[in-house]
Write a protein that binds this ligand. Structure first.
Ligand code: HEC
Length: 262
C-alpha cells in the first residue's frame, strides 16, 4: 500500500479542503478508508460511574464557564461531572475534576493532543465500560474535532471576548489547531480572544460527546468512522495531514502490521 497520503492522485488534505464543509471531509475519509480493520480484542471492565442522558447544550455551557479557570481538559470533565453529580450522584460526587488539569494546552502546554479530547475520553471510558466502545467514540471525536469548522458553540453570555472565526484544524494536535485559528483571527496566544475560542471549542467537544453518550444509552450509538483507520491507512499511528509537517516528501513506514486485517 502507498503511504504517501495520496488517494487517486489527490492528497487527503486536498480532499478535505476541496470538500468545503467539514462533515463532508470526514465522510470522504471514511468512505475512502481502506476496507475494514479488525480492532484490538475488546473487553469489558468495571466502573462505578453511571451515565444518564444529559442536555448537550447544558454540558457545553458548564464546560465553557469552567474553561477560564480549569482550561480545556478539566473543563470538559467539569461539564459532565457537574451535571452527573445532580442527575446520578453516587461516585460523581467525589470526582476530582482538577486531577486532569495538566492535560491543558496539549499536555502542560506542549501543544500535543488537544486537551478537550482526553477530557472527554476520561468520561467516555468511565461510563461505557468497554474498551472498544471507548475507542470508537474517541476515534469519532478526533474525526469531528479535525474536520469540523469550530468553534460554533454560542455561549448564553460571552465571558471574555467576541470572536469572528471558525477554522478546520485538520488534525487533533493542539498546536496546529490553535495556530490556524490564531492566524485566521489575527491574534496572539495569550489573548482573551484565544481563550474564548478554546473555551467554545471545549464546549463543542463536550456537546458532541454528550450526543454520542446519549445515543449509546438508547442503544443507538454506531461508530461513524472505522476504528484504527489511521494506523491501517497510513501504516503508522498518524493523523492524515502528513504534508503539513513532511511537505511533499512524506516518508513511507517500512512495515505493515500483521495484527491488523486489511
Ligand atoms: C505534526 C507533524 C507530523 C505529521 C502530521 C506527520 N508527521 Fe511523520 N514525522 C514527523 C516528524 C517531526 C518526524 C521525525 C522526522 C525525522 O526524525 O527525520 C516524523 C517521522 C515519520 C516517519 C519515520 C521517519 C522516516 O523518515 O521514515 C514516518 C514513516 C512518518 N513520519 C510518516 C508519516 C505519515 C505517513 C504521516 C501522515 C499519515 C505523517 N508522518 C504525519 C512529523 C509529522
Amino acid at each position: 500500500m502507498t503511504i504517501n497520503g495520496n488517494n487517486d492522485g489527490l492528497s487527503r488534505r486536498d480532499l478535505i479542503i476541496n470538500s468545503g464543509k467539514a462533515a463532508a471531509g470526514a465522510a470522504i475519509l471514511s468512505i475512502g478508508a481502506l476496507n475494514a480493520v479488525k480492532t484490538a480484542d475488546a473487553y469489558e471492565y468495571a466502573s462505578t460511574f453511571k451515565y444518564e442522558k444529559l442536555d448537550p447544550h447544558e454540558v457545553g455551557q458548564v464546560t465553557y464557564e469552567n474553561y477560564f479557570k480549569r482550561w480545556c481538559t478539566s473543563s470538559v470533565i467539569a461539564g459532565f461531572v457537574e451535571a452527573l453529580k445532580k442527575k446520578v450522584g453516587s461516585s460523581w460526587k467525589d470526582f476530582p475534576i482538577d486531577a486532569y488539569r495538566w492535560g491543558h494546552g496539549g499536555m502542560a502546554g506542549w501543544g500535543a493532543l488537544c486537551g478537550t479530547m482526553p477530557g472527554a475520553g476520561v468520561i467516555i471510558g468511565l461510563v461505557t465500560k468497554n474498551t472498544d466502545t471507548a475507542e470508537e467514540m474517541t476515534n469519532d471525536l478526533a474525526f469531528y474535532y479535525s474536520y469540523t469548522e469550530l468553534p460554533d458553540f454560542e455561549p448564553s453570555k460571552i465571558i471574555k471576548a467576541q470572536i469572528k472565526h471558525m477554522t478546520i484544524a485538520g488534525t487533533p494536535v493542539c498546536h496546529i489547531s490553535v495556530g490556524r485559528w490564531m492566524r485566521a483571527e489575527g491574534v496572539a496566544f495569550l489573548t482573551d480572544q484565544r481563550a474564548e475560542r478554546c473555551a467554545r471549542l471545549a464546549a463543542n467537544i463536550a456537546m458532541e460527546t454528550t450526543k454520542m453518550l446519549n445515543a449509546w444509552v438508547d442503544g443507538k450509538y454506531a461508530p461513524k468512522h472505522q476504528p484504527l483507520y489511521n494506523v491501517a491507512s497510513n501504516g503508522i499511528t498518524s493523523q492524515n495531514n502528513c504534508k503539513d509537517c513532511h511537505g511533499q516528501y512524506v516518508p513511507s513506514p517500512n512495515k505493515t502490521y500483521e495484527t491488523l486485517k486489511k
